[in-house]
Design a protein around this ligand. Structure first.
Ligand code: ZN
Length: 237
């Protein structure tokens, strides 16, 4: 199959995905937490300097997430939410992952630090920082032990980058963990606080990297999360 045939055959589906995404509702924080703020956690993944402002993987699409996520944290806190988790790359200098991505976010460097907009929040003391070594926030991290220690938390608001990489793995882990335990778990994903990077084919060839179509992958992975029961919404206000 060539690309033209694939695009032609997939057009009805792509129209469906675009219409679905354009029609997503805003919801209020009150709707998100359902009067049970003690049962809610907000999780943000990889909003650190190395994906926002410095280093080979930093980019403007992710940097633009800092403001809406900071607002979401504040709105959630005002609504009584007290569980905040940030999972973030803190790689060893010889990380195996660097075979797939250029060296980034090495632990102890400023690239691996949470963005200042988060650490300056007056309730930053409520945040749990969880270092990770892969795009999966649950493998070899403190996340599952935290979830085991907080069984009452059954509603998760997930934000961060990238839609098709770390955010996808985090949201899917939370949802599938609930499914596996036959425990109703609500995972909410506000699209205004989630994005992925763009690396056009020509630019990728020049630097010997793998290209990455930000908009297409953003759409498809949002769809995939919705398919699996994650509540994708335009924003949580
Ligand atoms: Zn990494």
């Amino acid at each position: 199959m060539n690309a033209q045939t694939l695009i032609k055959n997939a057009t009805p589906f792509l129209n469906y995905v675009v219409d679905w995404l354009n029609g997503l509702p805003d919801i209020t924080i009150a709707e998100a937490i359902g009067g049970r703020p003690e049962n809610v956690a907000v999780l943000s993944v990889d909003i650190i300097n190395g994906f926002c402002t410095e280093g080979p993987l930093a980019g403007p699409r992710v940097a633009e997430l800092v403001s809406p996520i900071t607002t979401l944290f504040t709105v959630a806190h005002q609504a009584g939410v007290r569980h905040f988790i940030v999972t973030q790359d803190a790689h060893a200098p010889d990380a195996v992952e660097f075979e797939n991505y250029p060296p980034h976010c090495v632990r102890g460097t400023s690239e691996s630090e949470t963005v200042a907009a988060f650490t300056n929040l007056p309730f930053w003391n409520l945040f749990t920082v969880m270092p990770k070594q892969s795009i999966n926030s649950a493998i070899g991290t403190d996340l599952d032990p935290w979830l085991d220690a907080h069984p009452q938390v059954d509603t998760f608001i997930v934000v961060g980058d990238c839609t098709d990489l770390s955010t996808y793995h985090l949201a899917m882990h939370l949802k599938l963990r609930g499914n596996a335990a036959n425990k109703k778990t609500r995972v909410l994903l506000p699209v205004n606080s989630v994005d992925t990077y763009d690396l056009p084919v020509d630019a990728a060839r020049e630097i010997g990297a793998v290209p990455h179509h930000g908009d297409l992958l953003h759409h498809i992975f949002l769809y995939s999360m919705m398919l699996n029961g994650i509540e994708v919404v335009a924003q949580i206000k």
